[in-house]
Design a protein around this ligand. Structure first.
Ligand code: PMP
Length: 309
């Protein structure tokens, strides 16, 4: 085990500060990469990667949109991910697999990456609570972004394509500049899409409501976990479009994401949502989610990949 965070790069382990990418890599210029964000949780049986296989399957699905052929199997990337965690003893809780178009023909600059090498790397990081401990407990302050989510005709929102994230980055910058914790992004139809890196949920009359894929959202793995948990807790779930106005009238509002986990949202655009605290259904789902992720609920043990045994 190394004292420095390690990176698995095209089959080799390297120290993170030596994990270089050549300047002429296609992805650096055009965002032609795909990536994942995965959490690592501490459990009684050591560290566990949350829904590893599902994340790597999504990575491969994202790559199809860029017509990218990842030169490894899903299981090889899963094992590379386990190995990079095993070989890192620094305090990490987040994993970043990335596949990207690297170098092409020397001296040529072209948009179509068909003839470019596909590189793959798996890095790790320390994320902590994404928006802060207080936000996770009491609720985050959200601002509707002036930036629109690209439409389903502009790109694939179901793919975690690097270039898509310029939209998320500018929305995040704007919300932070205005003193908010996170952005709410509307789609080209004017209904709620998602956050820069989170799926959105509201609770109205005891029912959980979340926008469908057609609203222009990522098929979030945390969202899926919440849908499974909600079903098990007999909470009714409806996937349908949500308007911004509905959020103001909602009893509860929260978002989900690998980084954000299950974060209650207590304010939107300066207005209090519900009673301005984490609501009872949000709390129930959040508690159940953390129990599952930390290996405290046998029912969801299948979601955990224990790396230290
Ligand atoms: N939407 C976007 C745009 C995201 O980047 C993410 C983070 N991956 C999510 C939603 C939440 O997805 P997940 O729960 O799989 O992290």
């Amino acid at each position: 085990m190394a004292n420095k965070p390690m990176v698995w790069m095209d089959g080799k382990m390297v120290e993170q500060d030596k994990a270089y990418v050549p300047l002429m890599s296609h992805a650096l210029h055009y965002g032609s990469g795909v990536f994942e964000g995965i959490r690592l949780y501490d459990t009684k049986k050591g560290r566990a990667i949350f829904r590893l296989q599902d994340h790597i399957v999504r990575l491969f699905n994202s790559s199809k949109i860029l017509d990218m052929k990842i030169p490894y199997t899903i299981e090889e990337i899963c094992e590379a991910t386990r190995e990079v965690v095993r070989q890192t003893k620094t305090d990490i809780d987040y994993i970043r697999p990335i596949a990207y178009y690297g170098l092409g023909e020397p001296g040529k600059i072209v948009l179509n990456p068909a003839k470019f090498k596909v590189n793959v790397a798996v890095a790790t990081a320390k994320m902590g609570t994404y928006m802060g401990k207080e936000q996770l407990e009491k609720g985050a302050n959200i601002m509707t972004s002036s930036w629109e989510k690209p439409s389903n005709k502009s790109t694939s929102l179901q793919a975690k394509i690097c270039g898509n994230y310029v939209n998320s980055v500018i929305a995040k910058i704007e919300s932070n500049q205005h003193g908010a914790d996170e952005a709410l992004m509307l789609n080209s139809n004017g209904t709620v899409a998602e956050g820069p890196g989170e799926n959105m949920f509201i609770v109205r009359g005891g029912k959980l409501i979340t926008p469908p894929i057609s609203a222009g959202v990522l098929e979030g793995i945390t969202k899926d976990s919440i849908l499974v948990i909600a079903k098990d807790l007999k909470i009714e779930v409806i996937e349908r479009d949500i308007t911004r106005g509905e959020i103001f009238n909602a009893d509860e509002f929260f978002m989900t994401g690998t980084a954000a986990e299950v974060t209650p949202c207590s304010f939107l655009d300066g207005r209090m949502i519900g009673d301005g605290k984490a609501g009872p259904i949000t709390k129930k789902l959040q508690t159940a989610f953390f129990k599952a992720a930390r290996g405290q609920d046998k029912k969801y043990d299948k979601w955990l990949d224990y790396v230290d045994i």
